[in-house]
Design a protein around this ligand. Structure first.
Ligand code: NAD
Ligand code: ZN
Ligand code: ZN
Length: 381
């Protein structure tokens, strides 16, 4: 390609400081270094974690440096590859990933986990393997959120953080497999291991929660109770397979007591998809003693929860999941296949499509509860 080996000047939404809207800027994206891939980003979802990091940094999330380019739920096309990259070629369709999979470490080789730590510390700090970012603006380094930064028309990521996907996959849909949908779906399938004819409760019916409902349905759960304080989410939750939908604000008693009563002792599986310790506790206490499992998918990096030890002594299991337990590079192409084979829904999550210049509107829609996922198209202006 004509741009191979050269700096690309393009548009990106830059977060100059916490708590302020994103600003559309011209940025420079350097060529990929060894084991890196430069991607033309075609579409990106806007995840709660992006919002949270911009507006709640230092509260629910640890501080990461600014300025930065957010975005971590995307799909695009390989523009060029750095030295020593063997698995990708320009033109390949790909999904960049915030969770690596090197395929070689003890964790990648174990079926017990998806937590590969390749480049982990640097990616969490917003830089790539050499300690720098490939994006700059007005002569200043711009950090890469979780090592991805998909709110930019081009970005550079490590080759261990990219999934190559089939060439007929629609990028404006499969981008959602880069975070939210994979996380919620996997929370039910992989982390919870939801069983046939079981009862489930899903707390929070955003994209992660709806994907968890979808996972429970695919696992042929008998009862799926959706819980949200926003009743506008209920219709969609029913479409995804929820059998009952309840709003904690409609009850004077704690929502866990309502779930326990509805199910004659508690659900077999509870999935927390909000990111709040109080709701994590409610989810745990909604499960049946002897074998109930509570899976935490909601994200908080700084908060702690206090739980009743007796609830665990009675045989419950509490676990958390990052990216739904999927081994990112290896499993995301299979999830794309599942979508193409109509086993997994994606279109139904998309409530809005906007160009990059309107990205702040996507945050407003997310925060006001009016959207499930807004997909930003990077290449239309
Ligand atoms: P979202 O904002 O679209 O959805 C959250 C939902 O929770 C909303 O529908 C909201 O009305 C509901 N809610 C808020 N307070 C509630 C309460 N008290 N009781 C019941 N429902 C309540 O967010 P999302 O994009 O679906 O993400 C959900 C969570 O998952 C966030 O914490 C996000 O950071 C996290 N996340 C985790 C991972 C991971 O790898 N574990 C990946 C992606 C997102
Ligand atoms: Zn996310
Ligand atoms: Zn690894």
């Amino acid at each position: 390609m004509a741009t191979d080996g050269k700096v690309i000047t393009c548009k990106a939404a830059v977060a100059w400081e916490p708590g302020k809207p994103l600003s559309i800027e011209e940025v420079e994206v350097a060529p990929p270094k060894a084991h890196e891939v430069r991607i033309k980003v075609v579409a990106t979802g806007v995840c709660h974690t992006d919002w949270e990091y911009l507006f709640e940094t230092g509260k629910g999330m640890k501080f990461r440096p600014f300025p930065l380019v957010l975005g971590h739920e995307a799909a695009g096309i390989v523009e060029s590859i750095g030295p020593e990259v063997t698995r990708f070629s320009p033109g390949d369709k790909v999904i960049p990933l915030f969770l690596p999979y090197c395929g070689e470490c003890e964790r990648c080789l174990s079926p017990k986990t998806n937590h590969c730590k390749k480049n982990w510390t640097n990616m969490q700090a917003g830089v790539l393997a050499d300690g720098t970012s490939r994006i700059s603006c007005k002569g200043q380094q711009v950090y890469q959120f979780l090592g991805v930064s998909s709110f930019s028309q081009y970005t550079v990521v490590p080759d261990t953080s990219v999934a190559k996907i089939r060439s007929d996959a629609p990028l404006d849909k499969v981008c959602l497999l880069g975070c939210g949908v994979s996380t919620g779906y996997g929370a039910a399938i992989n982390a919870g291991k939801v069983e046939k004819d079981s009862s489930c409760a899903v707390f929070g019916l955003g994209a992660v929660g709806l994907a968890a409902v979808m996972g429970c349905k695919v696992a042929t759960a008998r009862r799926i109770i959706g819980v949200d304080i926003n009743r506008d989410k209920f219709e969609k939750a029913r479409q995804f397979g929820a059998t009952d939908c309840i709003n904690p604000r409609d009850y004077s008693k704690p929502i866990q007591e309502v779930v326990v009563e509805m199910t004659g002792g508690g659900v077999d599986y509870a999935l927390e998809c909000v990111g709040s310790p109080a709701i994590m506790n409610a989810a745990l206490e909604s499960t049946r003693d002897a074998w109930g499992t509570c899976v935490i998918a909601g994200w908080t990096e700084t908060e702690t929860m206090s739980i009743s030890v007796e609830k665990l002594l009675m045989g419950r299991t509490l676990k958390g999941t990052y990216f739904g337990g999927w081994k990112s590079v290896k499993d995301v192409p299979k999830l794309v296949d599942d979508y193409m084979n109509h086993k997994l829904k994606l279109d139904e999550f998309i409530t809005e499509k906007l160009p990059l210049v309107q990205i702040n509107k996507a945050f407003d829609l997310l925060k006001s509860g009016k959207s499930i996922r807004t997909v930003i198209s990077l290449q239309d202006s």
